[in-house]
Design a binder for this molecule. Structure first.
Ligand SMILES: NC(=O)c1ccc[n+]([C@@H]2O[C@H](COP(=O)([O-])OP(=O)(O)OC[C@H]3O[C@@H](n4cnc5c(N)ncnc54)[C@H](O)[C@@H]3O)[C@@H](O)[C@H]2O)c1
Length: 327
């Protein structure tokens, strides 16, 4: 039998706190070389501004084997569909048998929020309590939720080119998290005085000037994911200690790195390390409270696999979902 979990089912079982734990564990396993994760396969649909990825991973320690198919169609909100849509197939690594098929739209936001949480836990100043958020969409909600799990965030400034989106975000997130979330009209306000900045927009161009960054800031960039697009400018990257989720992916897909490299302003050596190296202590994270740190994530299949395995185990225990016979 195969367990079908729709978005509602996944929402019932997947908590941010637990997602942060399993995603961190996934990165540790990756750094220890105990994970199989072939490079994701990419396709595009230029006429619809669409991006399609197939992302498999196997985390041996937890016997988690899954493949996600994810699409990002940035014009979708105009026809009332989410920008990011995803589905996961979870298999039994001992027999190959399919165990579960689940919606992964919400799961993608949670696992992406979770990696932002893990990065802030290891890289942000411990006393950082003010956050600036760029892009007030679906991902940005999970990003803030995760930040609140790892730091005592009490003040948030959110900027979006669509002011209705940032106003709605502030209206929803303030009571949800019990903190002050303010929609701001100028991007500067979501940079100045913010100990942590998260960029989670669909922008293809830098969302603020790197010269505005104050010493000691931690930035997490999760939005852009193509070699030709970026949310952070050369100055922001140049001034930062850069940590990526996977060096191989960064050198192929992340415009934040590849655009300055193609302009000759930086070299690939500017990438300091991978998140797993920081988690395992192989590399030092933040050096002092003046350093600017940047975690750039394009998203890895281990995050999906870890979160899907967690959702499946919890759903089985709680008797949630619908079983169907496939074979
Ligand atoms: N790194 C990862 O693992 C990962 C995972 C999922 C999604 N993503 C990416 O995250 C991005 C956001 O996805 P989403 O599902 O939240 O989309 P969304 O459409 O729900 O929200 C994006 C928001 O960004 C805003 N925006 C666009 N340009 C901006 C700018 N210059 N400044 C401020 N705000 C701006 C839009 O108005 C919109 O409100 C997408 O690019 C997606 O590909 C990354």
């Amino acid at each position: 039998m195969v367990l079908i979990l729709d978005r509602n089912d996944v929402q019932k079982v997947l908590t941010m706190k637990e997602a942060i734990t399993v995603v961190e564990e996934g990165f540790r396993e990756l750094a220890e070389g105990r994970v199989q994760m072939p490079p994701r396969q990419l396709m595009t649909e230029p006429e619809r501004n669409g991006w399609i990825a197939v992302m498999p991973a196997y985390i041996k320690k937890t016997k988690a084997l899954a493949t996600k198919v994810v699409t990002v169609f940035t014009e979708n909100p105009k026809i009332n569909l989410p920008t990011t849509i995803a589905t996961i197939l979870l298999n039994d690594p001992e027999t190959g048998r399919p165990l579960a098929i689940m919606d992964a739209g919400y799961l993608t936001a949670i696992r992406t929020g979770a990696v932002g949480g893990v990065a802030a836990k290891h890289l942000a100043r411990s006393e950082a309590h003010t956050a600036g958020i760029f892009g007030a969409g679906f991902q940005a909600r999970a990003q803030l939720e995760a930040l609140c799990e790892v730091r005592a965030i009490d003040e948030v400034y959110v900027y979006d080119v669509m002011s209705e989106a940032s106003e709605k975000y502030a209206e929803d997130m303030s009571p949800k998290l019990g903190i002050n979330v303010t929609s701001v009209e100028k991007p500067e306000r979501a940079v100045k005085g913010c100990g942590i900045i998260v960029t989670a927009s669909t922008s293809t161009k830098p969302v603020f000037h790197g010269s505005w960054l104050e010493p000691g800031t931690h930035i997490t960039g999760i939005g852009s994911h193509m070699a030709s697009t970026r949310e952070l400018d050369t100055e922001a990257v140049r001034r930062s200690k850069v940590i990526v989720d996977l060096r191989e992916a960064a050198e192929k897909e992340y415009g934040e790195i590849l655009i300055p490299v193609s302009e000759g302003s930086l070299t690939l050596d500017h990438i300091y390390g991978e998140l797993g190296e920081i988690i395992t202590g192989r590399k030092q994270g933040r050096k002092d409270d003046q350093e600017i740190t940047l975690f750039k994530s394009g998203g890895l299949a281990i995050q999906d696999t870890a979160a899907a395995h967690l959702a499946y185990s919890k759903a089985l225990n709680a008797g949630i979902g619908t079983e169907i016979k496939l074979q």
